[in-house]
Design a protein around this ligand. Structure first.
Ligand code: BGC
Length: 743
């Protein structure tokens, strides 16, 4: 061996050693160890006062850092539909900046109606990018509470009544947000399903319903998406506020799920110093304690009162350290320690960019649900009607700044009226009449349930609308709900499921004046259909659609886009049909609300009890038609357990391109316990040209067959036969097949 060869061998060996060392340092354990060392180093340099400073708000939307150690203040922003505007330090009022206007993404209820995981990812990416541009560390989103009561004023800002679709869309949304270097804060943990009495009421459910219905989306957010933050709900569970509920926070979240991120209280969601400090809640935000009319951050439960309790030995400093560690860990993962503060100069240019608003429009378009289209009235032909009447307040209203904490100052928001004008140009005369008006009353939350405010009508406005309708060749009615207190708005529940301000009567009058009427209902939660429904050919439904909403609706109405949205909540015929109302525990007795319906939430109830809904879960039509065929189910060994591969074909049998959200439900043929008639365990959305077919393939995990055995305290599955149901909705089942779990 000559000298040269030897040198090369040594060189190769050295490269290998370096590579090995680097690979070693990149391993998850090594990274974690290094993260822990950094955390301990910082912690060891901090005074008790500095640590406690990190545990509570110092402004309405920030908590304190330790500047001398390079630890920044932590900045939080609402919410699920965009990055809320900058507000004053000591309150909620907007600072009226000129450069903080963002994209208003469609509401999560709209995102759910797309049944599109890729769009959920893109939605998260847009919000994450804009949040980062605004210098935020934590985006207070998404809300993954299950729609138990459709009257809950927050239904529009949540995904669905079903845990599977909620989890499937929340995961990519969170991954999207966090891919931009911002922590997603999944909320509200847990069992928060009404506004009435929510600040003190105790939600009572059995362990099995908790596991099968209310927790899966949180579990997925933490364990699959790696959400870095979580917000406990306002309500109590088993008599203990969620922020100090040791079972929920310590046993489940921190213990069973191993959550090492930050638990941020809801604003004004902490009520005690000692009991909360000794639970795994880390940061206290928004507490209403005031001095001289101003929020007194130094008097927060986790501020001076906690300092005193640590000093007098009531609370061990270990609890404080554990909380600080969680915050430091999140900041390290966001790469936010030690560097220069994020430069928000010029942020305006990074907000509501054409790329971002294009995503908003795509989501809006895909979320619109075609409820009815008799005689193929839709899509409309712009050449056919040259004089169009647009009736209804929602056609001419901007919604982005309403609804409570999800409010967004949108850089722009296209109303339906503007969208129609953009689409139709000067060629078509459009005349608008509101037909009613929003009263925008401020209600007292505890009492609003009994208000008759929304029964008001406006005879003069209705008469004007009738005249405008008479003069037109076509009427597009755009009504529904709004973000008024008592409608789709945080802090209030709706008094009933009816359209407010006698819209049912108004639609009937307008239709009498002009039978050529198309109805668009903009509502983030289900509403009852009036008598007009039976004699109306075309009805579209959507939630609040954000920045590009008006353009999206116009494009669906006029057929540039084929509707492919499907309902992610059951629409019952009447409110009384809903399981929470039927079983008598909504809104509870002021102290407790028992979720007596157990697992039978939404379609699980309607299908098990064979009650006919108005529109079933998963329902939505298209301008084309789809055929399903050739279902195959085959067991497959994944290395540790048996799963089932599912495949079927979808064919576009109509004459135009369209997208179809195919749904996969599972029914257990015989079980030792009650199981809902069917449960959603898969869905795939495919886009097909006219005449095109695609094979859809997916795998049913073992969890899809399991139920929570409260006695054994674990998930179990039972050997035996199951039926797989593949459908265009939960009731429009096109293919069924049996398979057997052999153990
Ligand atoms: C809401 C939260 C929100 C917080 C901050 C609370 O009222 O429940 O969802 O993030 O306010 O605005």
């Amino acid at each position: 061996m000559n000298r040269r060869t030897l040198t090369s061998i040594v060189a190769v060996a050295m490269v290998a050693v370096v590579a090995l060392t680097t690979a070693g340092c990149n391993s998850a354990e090594c990274k974690k160890a290094s993260e822990n060392r950094k955390i301990e180093r910082l912690l060891s340099k901090m005074t008790l006062e500095e640590k406690i400073g990190m545990l509570h708000a110092n402004r309405m939307f920030s908590s304190t850092g330790v500047a001398r150690l390079g630890i920044p203040d932590v900045w939080y922003a609402d919410g699920p539909h965009g990055v809320r505007y900058e507000s004053v330090d000591n309150g909620w009022t907007s600072l009226n900046w000129e450069n903080d206007a963002c994209t208003n993404m469609p509401a999560l209820s709209a995102l759910a109606a797309t049944w599109n995981r890729e769009l959920a990812l893109q939605c998260g990416e847009v919000i994450g990018a804009e949040s980062k541009a605004r210098g935020k560390h934590v985006q207070l989103a998404p809300g993954v509470n299950i729609t138990r009561s459709v009257l809950n004023g927050r239904t529009w800002e949540y995904f669905s009544e079903d845990p599977y679709i909620t989890a499937e869309l929340a995961v990519p949304y969170i991954q999207g947000v966090q891919s931009k270097g911002v922590a997603a804060c999944v909320k509200h943990f847990a069992l928060n399903s009404q506004a009435i009495d929510q600040y003190w009421i105790s939600s009572q459910t059995d362990e099995r319903s908790l596991r099968e219905i209310y927790l899966p989306a949180f579990d997925a957010a933490i364990n699959r998406a790696g959400a870095m933050a979580l917000m406990p709900a306002y309500n109590k569970i088993d008599g203990l506020w969620c922020s100090e509920n040791k079972y929920m926070i310590d046993t489940l979240l921190r213990g069973e799920w191993g959550f090492d991120g930050v638990v941020v209280s809801d604003w004004n969601g902490i009520h005690n110093t000692v009991s909360t400090a000794t639970t795994g809640t880390d940061v206290e935000m928004g507490t209403a304690i005031k001095e001289n009319g101003l929020y007194a951050f130094h008097n927060y439960y986790f501020s001076n009162p906690l300092l005193e309790k640590v000093k007098d030995g009531t609370v061990s400093e270990e609890y404080v350290d554990a909380k600080v560690r969680n915050i430091l860990r999140m900041l390290l993962r966001l790469d936010a320690i030690g560097g220069k503060p994020y430069d928000t100069l010029g942020m305006g240019a990074k907000l509501a960019t054409p790329q971002h608003t294009a995503v908003a429009r795509k989501i809006a378009e895909e979320s619109i649900v075609l409820l009815k289209n008799d005689n193929n009235v839709l899509p409309l032909n712009p050449q056919q009607y040259k004089k169009v009447a647009v009736i209804g307040v929602n056609a001419n209203t901007k919604f982005s700044l309403g609804g409570g904490s999800p409010k967004v100052k949108a850089k722009y928001e296209v109303t339906v009226l503007e969208g129609l004008r953009n689409r139709l140009g000067d060629d078509v005369e459009i005349n608008f009449a509101p037909g009613y008006k929003l009263l925008n009353r401020q209600f007292v939350p505890a009492k609003h349930h009994f208000t008759n405010e929304f029964d008001r009508d406006f005879p003069e406005l209705a008469a004007e609308a009738v005249e405008v309708a008479k003069e037109a060749e076509l009427v597009i009615f755009v009504g529904g709900l709004s973000h008024e207190h008592g409608m789709d708005c945080e802090g209030y529940d709706r008094p009933n499921m009816k359209l407010p301000y006698r819209q049912d009567e108004l639609i009937a009058k307008v239709k009498k004046a002009n039978p050529n009427t198309v109805v668009v209902l903009m509502a983030g939660s289900p509403v009852e259909m009036g008598e007009w429904y039976d004699t109306t050919d075309a009805v579209l439904q959507c939630s609040f659609l954000g920045t590009e909403g008006g353009n999206a609706l116009a494009r669906v109405l006029y057929g540039d886009v084929n509707p492919s949205g499907k309902l992610a909540n059951t629409w019952s015929v009447r409110l009384e049909d809903m399981p929470d109302i039927k079983f008598g525990e909504y809104p509870g007795n002021g102290k407790e609300v028992h979720f007596n319906e157990g697992l039978l939430v939404g379609y699980r109830y309607f299908d098990t009890y064979d009650v006919k809904p108005m529109f079933e879960f998963g329902y939505g039509l298209s301008y084309t038609t789809f055929a399903y065929s050739d279902l195959e189910i085959a067991p497959v060994w994944n290395g540790s357990e048996e799963e089932f591969e599912v495949a079927f074909t979808i064919t576009n049998t109509g004459d135009r391109e369209g997208s179809e959200a195919a749904q996969i439900y599972v029914h257990q043929n015989e079980s030792s316990v009650m199981r809902p008639e069917k449960e959603l365990k898969g869905f795939e959305k495919v886009t097909l040209a006219a005449g095109e077919s695609k094979r859809v393939q997916t795998t049913l995990s073992r969890r899809a067959l399991q139920w929570w055995n409260a006695e054994k305290d674990c998930w179990i599955d039972e050997a035996g036969k199951f039926t797989l149901l593949v459908g265009a909705s939960s009731r429009d089942i096109r293919l069924t097949g049996e398979f057997e779990l052999v153990k």
